[in-house]
Design a protein around this ligand. Structure first.
Ligand SMILES: O=C(O)C(=O)C[C@]1(C(=O)O)C=C[C@@H](O)C=C1
Length: 298
């Protein structure tokens, strides 16, 4: 009886022998790369062990180096290429940095859930990963108070606030008080997740890196000071009636600016490294540097 067996053809989705060999090779490459990445992370952990001894860090305020983190992010953006989304790499590094900072000195994160609680929680998880405990707060002021009382925790406050929040930034600064340390998102790029504009608040830091921008609470005395602040390379971040929060380039002569712009009751509330805008996204040019075609920041 003649055989009724048909030549074997691959099922839909099933690889033939050559494809199966290629797949096995690709998986071997993936396994090798995974083992290398894991090995590098273990080695990074050992390096942090030595860094802890040298830095002598025991409180988080002394461990955070937002200026160095900004620099690491700039280099990450500059060297990135290929189909892997930039924000995936950013998030992986945020998780790494948080984990290694917490190895130096543990901290939790409080976030302001006043207006967009779910988005703020997403942003907190994007920035700090899943090893950190989150404390949901009803508004910006409670978030700042949480940081002050804990003495160790970081906070996340939405940049856009309901009118009921008032001039919340007036609670920042003061000797040894909480202050603004970073901008989120740091990398502005179309389609990214966790893009709700927010500020990272920290206890007093020991970061020696000079920031790009300094932030002040000011009271306007007369006409809108925004044009004069803009001409000085600064920007208004928030305002409620006559109370403003402004960002100006580090080293701005504040006495001269306040005289020209009509500002009073000036208090430093923090500092920032400028973020990076990639591609065709609308950004505040004071807060974000643009990446040009050649991948250089301008
Ligand atoms: O460079 C440092 O001082 C570190 O503590 C290391 C590290 C990192 O994990 O890369 C962690 C926290 C700082 O904010 C910056 C960088």
């Amino acid at each position: 009886m003649a055989s009724t067996e048909m030549p074997r053809t691959p099922e839909p989705g099933q690889a033939n022998e050559a494809d199966a060999r290629t797949l096995a090779e690709i998986r071997a490459t993936i396994d090798r790369l995974d083992a290398e990445m894991h090995g590098h992370l273990i080695e990074r952990g050992r390096a942090i062990g030595t860094l802890i001894k040298v830095k002598g860090t025991s409180r988080p305020g002394a461990a955070f180096r937002p200026g160095r983190e900004a620099d690491m992010m700039r280099r990450l953006v500059a060297r990135h290429q290929g189909a892997l989304p930039l924000w995936t790499v950013e998030h992986i590094w945020r998780e790494i940095i948080t984990t290694f900072t917490r190895m130096q000195a543990s901290f939790d994160v409080a976030y302001d859930a006043g207006a967009n609680g779910d988005q703020m929680r997403d942003t907190a998880r994007f920035l700090f990963g899943f090893t950190v405990a989150l404390h949901r707060q009803p508004d910006a002021l409670s978030t700042i108070n949480h940081i002050r009382e804990s003495g160790t925790d970081l906070g996340l406050v939405a940049l856009e606030q309901p009118a009921s929040a008032g001039a919340w930034w007036r609670a920042l600064g003061r000797p040894a008080g909480p202050r603004i340390m970073a901008l989120s998102p740091f990398i502005e790029i179309a389609g990214r997740p966790a893009d709700h504009p927010a500020l990272v608040i920290a206890p007093e830091l020991a970061d020696p890196t000079p920031p790009d921008l300094e932030l002040f609470a000011v009271t306007m005395l007369g006409v809108d000071p925004a044009p004069v602040i803009g001409a000085a390379g600064g920007t208004v971040l928030a305002r409620v009636h006559r109370e403003l929060m402004v960002a100006v380039p580090r080293g701005t002569q504040l006495a001269a600016l306040s005289a020209r712009a009509g500002l009073d009751d000036i208090a430093r509330v923090g500092a920032l490294s400028r973020g990076i805008a990639v591609g065709d996204v609308a950004v505040n040019p004071v807060l974000y540097q643009r990446l040009d075609e050649a991948g250089a920041l301008k």
